[in-house]
Design a protein around this ligand. Structure first.
Ligand code: TRP
Length: 445
């Protein structure tokens, strides 16, 4: 069977599509807000360069070299202890867990597209009620949109790498950029723009704590879609002559630019209409709709296209979150692609539905284990444990397990003198940083 390979631009857009997600547009602005702006942005950029880049390159390298699913890749490349290393392929499962609640959140965004069409909340208080009601008592609306999200994502994945994933990204990514850059251009004409620039780029070190470092590193890692084999699985479909360094730099550049552009734009709107950046997770779902309302007609249009672009960002990430598991079923169990996609789709759909009900007041009690409900557990286990663990394993695998000569022969021509720096970082810097981040996110430190 001839394997479909990404075109060069198709790969970059698909990997950037995976990276650019809710993390860039929803999370980056609010954690920047919480951590005082400029200094945090600087720490984040350093984390992207020193940690994000080195892990991304390792993931790409593993995928490119092994050309297989996550489990088989580790098995193939480990010189000894293959039976042990194949368990590193658990990463494919991490995607399945993430997808359960990611699909529910995409559902909220779909709902907000419709809300923006109908009527925006007129004040922050009203916006808060709208959001809280949706989350804690409107199970049917959430379920409806979660179902749409499941159908759409599963459908695209059934179409495969070329006809589904590449095509989706070739269409949605340019549209996403067009919308964000268009809104950004408008933001630059507002008075508050310079205030947003100051906030984002002037460092106030007094706000930086050790926790800021952890969240900067954790976020750099999350936003680049690392630690669960998504980039690895995509890289298995790279052409032989691909330049991994070049691809990685493009993906990182697009991801970072989009996060900064989205941040500057949102802060400008918030400042211009009398709000402040430090708004926490409710920034996009609560503060922003109220600000759009204040802006009048243009705000209405912005609200609609903004939530559409957010949905695009989420969907292009989603296909990469499920693909590793789909690929695993195809290559290890000989499933047809359609069957594999539907099995994976149904699994995340059903568990996602349970997670969704665990936020609803009437069911909460039965769907809470210890200190967290199911929704929060899924989020916690993936973001705080499995993803950093995946990154740690990837760095150790490339840094210590695969033979150095083998890595050198492919990566040295691409990296030049930077090869030794990368290799050193994989061995000694990245694993330690990931370990600390993991313990700290888990609340052990
Ligand atoms: N990078 C995505 C975002 O910024 C989310 C994400 C985290 C992700 N890990 C992933 C996406 C793994 C795909 C695969 O929202």
């Amino acid at each position: 069977m001839k394997i479909a390979r990404f075109s060069r631009i198709g790969f970059i857009l698909a990997a950037a599509g995976s990276a650019v997600g809710l993390g860039n547009i929803w999370k980056f602005p609010y954690i920047t807000g919480e951590n005082g702006g400029g200094a945090f942005v600087l720490v984040y950029l350093l984390a992207v360069i020193f940690i994000g880049f080195s892990i991304m390159l390792s993931e790409m390298f593993i995928g490119y070299l092994a050309k297989s699913d996550t489990v088989t890749s580790f098995e193939k490349l480990a010189p000894k202890n293959k039976n042990l290393w194949k368990y590193a392929g658990f990463q494919a499962l991490t995607g399945l867990f993430i997808m359960t609640f990611y699909s529910v959140v995409i559902g909220w965004i779909f709902h907000y597209v419709v809300t923006s069409l109908v009527a925006l909340p007129a004040s922050v208080e009203e916006a808060e009620t709208v959001f809280t009601t949706l989350l804690t008592s409107d199970a049917w609306t959430q379920l409806f949109y979660h179902t749409l999200s499941f159908i759409f994502i599963t459908y695209i994945v059934t179409k495969g790498i070329k006809g589904g994933i590449e095509k989706l990204n070739m269409i949605l990514m340019p549209l996403l950029m067009l919308i964000l850059f268009g809104m950004f251009a408008y933001a630059t004409t507002l008075e508050a723009f310079s205030q947003a620039v100051d906030f984002m780029f002037v460092a106030d070190w007094s706000k930086i704590t050790s926790e800021s470092f952890v969240s900067a590193i954790g976020h750099a890692f999350f936003t680049l879609s690392l630690g669960m084999g998504a980039i690895m699985t995509y890289s298995a479909s790279l052409k032989k002559e691909s330049n991994l360094v070049n691809n990685a730099l493009w993906v990182i550049f697009l991801d970072t630019t989009i996060a900064i552009v989205a941040g500057l734009m949102l802060f400008t709107f918030l400042y211009q209409y009398g709000s402040v950046p430090a708004k926490g997770p409710g920034l996009v779902f609560i503060s922003l709709p109220a600000v759009f309302y204040e802006m009048g007609v243009i705000g209405n249009i912005f609200a609609i296209i903004f939530f559409i672009s957010l949905a695009f960002a989420g969907l292009t990430s989603s296909v990469s979150i499920v693909e590793p598991m789909v690929q695993y079923l195809i290559s290890r169990f000989n499933y047809a692609r359609v069957k594999a996609s539907i099995v994976v789709g149904l699994l995340f759909y059903l568990v996602g539905a349970v997670a969704l009900f665990s936020n609803i007041d009437t069911f909460k009690e039965f769907l809470t284990i210890g200190s967290r409900n199911i929704f929060d557990w899924l989020d916690y286990i993936t973001a705080s444990i499995l993803l950093p663990l995946g990154g740690l394993i990837m760095a150790v695998f490339v840094g210590f397990v695969i033979e150095k000569q083998r890595i050198e022969s492919i990566m040295k021509p691409q990296l030049g003198f930077a090869f030794e720096i990368w290799y050193f970082s994989l061995r000694y810097v990245t694993p330690i940083a990931m370990f600390i981040v993991m313990l700290s996110l888990m609340g052990v430190l």
